[in-house]
Design a protein around this ligand. Sequence first.
Ligand SMILES: CC(C)(COP(=O)(O)OP(=O)(O)OC[C@H]1O[C@@H](n2cnc3c(N)ncnc32)[C@H](O)[C@@H]1OP(=O)(O)O)[C@@H](O)C(=O)NCCC(=O)NCCS
Length: 167
Amino acid sequence: MSEDSLAIRQEMPEDQSEIQKLHARVFGPGRFTRTAYRVRETGAFDQQLSWVAFAGKELAGAVRLTPIRIGGRDRALLLGPLIVAPQFAGKGYGRRLIAASLEAARAEGFALVLLVGDLAYYEAFGFGPVPPGQIMMPGPVDPARLLAAELMPGTLERYSGLMRAER
Ligand SMILES: CC(C)(COP(=O)(O)OP(=O)(O)OC[C@H]1O[C@@H](n2cnc3c(N)ncnc32)[C@H](O)[C@@H]1OP(=O)(O)O)[C@@H](O)C(=O)NCCC(=O)NCCS
């Protein structure tokens, strides 16, 4: 399938059940034990900033962004889960979903997006490691996997403290 045939749009309420099924299929029950899940379960993701990819009528992938605060002060976004159905992997869906979500975040005036993930994958989108100890999560996280993308250059240094979902 060529990238031209990818369809990407904002998430809508009726996408919820298919997205849940995809999460269950790819991540399994272990998804509930992840530290990023701890953050997300206490707040709501922002549907305006969350995107779905379709191949025809089939859900091929999804990404969500959750508004958070760091140290109880500065607003940012937590990206995730990003998920692409295994049969559609490597076709550019992940790249397109991340690009759409970052563009929407920038348009909304957010300065920083954080995630827990693989640097080898996310560095192409402007993510780099957060200096160890600068931003904490409410659970264990491998410091090498806590990544940030500055949507406004030079903003990461002013964020410090515990990450919490914005209520
Ligand atoms: C990781 C994931 C989202 C990638 O989605 P995808 O649609 O397959 O990725 P893309 O096709 O957009 O890949 C973009 C590039 O990243 C590369 N890439 C993919 N996975 C990678 C990884 N784990 N590490 C490094 N590079 C990776 C691809 O080879 C591609 O490179 P290219 O543009 O030079 O060809 C998808 O494989 C997935 O859902 N995995 C399981 C869930 C998961 O791990 N989610 C992320 C953590 S929440």
